[in-house]
Ligand binder design. Structure first.
Ligand SMILES: *Cc1c(COP(=O)(O)O)cnc(C)c1O
Length: 448
């Protein structure tokens, strides 16, 4: 078996996610034989440093011995069981752990099996809460410009990345979209905090105007990842929490990408010291092993559904694989690593190394900004540095960077013209340097 033979078989039968399949007439597919730590190895023996944690899911490396061992034990005992009427130890322990480590007041855990499903759960629960408490006129959601919450129709509707959304617009529910706190657009010399604070006025206006019809505001705390890794200050979250309380509107925090240490704290909401009404978790939850998601919420929300069956107030939502035992066990092993090792401290050092290694990038004639929040570092490429005029998307500069990165043994997967690092936390200083060097020459190549 080699790359070519497997690619041929693949292209005859598979349809890949988020891909124009015709690209593969010229762009080779890469069949991976095995993974180890930050490294992926293909069937021709080439190695690639996974600088994007395999779509942001892998936090403690591929083939992690601790997680492997936990799954093996679970596998010999119970692979899965229906979670309605039945339960199992891994689902219980994980819910206990998640309610303990998420912000105070999040005491209930509802499982689903991927990020988008968790978003659907949170949207439905929020709407249903207001219905059960006598406010059926609350049917709308407020979302931020440039936000991303997944690809299923409800999640897509509350997202705002037009590349993914535009085509399906006729199928999507109406939402109220508010200009966001994205600090890329701050004035020269303006701080992130000042800009994010100033931009909150627009959210305040939207709430003042629509609160009576609004179930919830949904946001990605601190970093809009799929929206080109755009970042903002925690002050926005503080102001938003207070305003949601004032206007009787829920706050849904989508921590699917930023949760589990990615932004420097265990959860991004921790940096603002806030408790959302719903927190959606997935991606890093299982260390990148198995699909699982969780929606954490409050006793208050839970109690609004708790009544005699005939009142028909129950949350009758399910997925076949809700609370899968193998996935829950992988998640417990992942949380165990956070308990047993100084992960956040180590990440602070790694984040500093990433910052130092990229210090010169800002001087590049086609780099408009280098921004960082914890273990996410993004480099925005532009045609014209002076006015931030972007490269036309048709030129696919990011794709060139991707191809050049692969040639140097680094998996970068730029978002449009934004190259970013979001590596597993087990990356070491030499690997950081390798990753940064590859990006630097990929940028030179892509901006020619
Ligand atoms: C990836 C992601 C989702 C969707 O999760 P899937 O598991 O891909 O459905 C939702 N929100 C955010 C912020 C994400 O990054």
């Amino acid at each position: 078996m080699n790359n070519h033979a497997l690619s041929q078989r693949d292209l005859a039968v598979l349809w890949h996610p988020c891909s124009q399949m015709k690209d593969h007439e010229t762009l080779p597919l890469i069949p991976i034989r095995r993974g180890q730590g930050v490294w992926l190895e293909d069937f021709d023996g080439n190695r690639y440093l996974d600088a994007i944690s395999s779509w942001w899911v892998n936090i403690f490396g591929h083939a992690n011995p601790t997680i492997n061992a936990a799954i093996k034990v679970q596998l010999e005992t119970l692979e899965h069981v229906i979670l309605a009427g039945f339960t199992h130890e891994a689902a219980i322990s994980l819910a206990e752990k998640l309610t303990a480590i998420t912000p105070a007041g999040l005491n209930r855990c509802f499982y689903a099996d991927n990020g988008s499903s968790a978003i659907e759960v949170a949207l439905k629960m929020s709407f249903h809460y207001w219905l059960n408490t006598g406010l059926p006129q609350k049917t709308k959601f407020i979302t931020l410009e440039n936000s991303y919450h997944g690809e299923t129709l409800g999640a897509l509707a509350v997202g705002n990345v037009s590349l993914y959304k535009q085509t399906y617009q006729p199928l999507l529910m109406d939402v109220i979209t508010v200009p966001g706190p994205d600090c890329y657009f701050r004035e020269p010399g303006e701080s992130w905090q000042a800009y994010s604070e100033r931009r909150f006025a627009l959210m305040e206006q939207a709430l003042a105007m629509h609160a009576g019809q609004v179930c919830a505001v949904i946001i990605e705390p601190l970093v809009q990842c799929a929206g080109s890794m755009r970042m903002y200050d925690a002050v926005y979250l503080k102001l938003l929490r207070a305003a949601c309380d004032r206007y009787q509107v829920h706050l849904i925090a989508d921590e699917i990408a930023v949760g589990f240490g990615r932004t420097g704290s265990l959860f991004a909401c921790d940096q603002a010291g806030i408790t959302p009404d719903f927190m959606c978790l997935s991606k890093g939850l299982t260390g990148g092993y198995l699909p699982l998601s969780a929606v954490l919420t409050t006793d208050r929300v839970y109690q609004a559904f708790y009544d005699d069956y005939a009142k028909l107030t129950a949350f009758l939502h399910s997925h076949s694989y809700t609370g899968n035992a193998l996935a829950c066990r992988a998640a417990l092993a992942t949380l165990g690593i956070f308990e047993n090792q100084p992960v956040l401290e180590n990440n602070r050092q790694l984040a500093t190394l990433m910052q130092q290694a990229t210090a010169h990038f800002a001087d590049h004639p086609h780099v408009a900004e280098v921004r960082q929040t914890g273990m996410i570092l993004a480099i925005e490429l532009v045609k014209n540095k002076a006015d931030k005029e972007p490269f036309p998307w048709q030129e696919r500069r990011g794709l060139k960077a991707y191809q050049h990165g692969l040639k140097q043994g680094v998996l970068l997967r730029p978002l449009g013209n934004v190259i970013y690092f979001m590596p597993p936390y087990v990356i070491n200083p030499e690997e950081i340097q390798l990753m940064v060097n590859a990006a630097w020459s990929a940028i030179a190549e892509a901006t020619q």
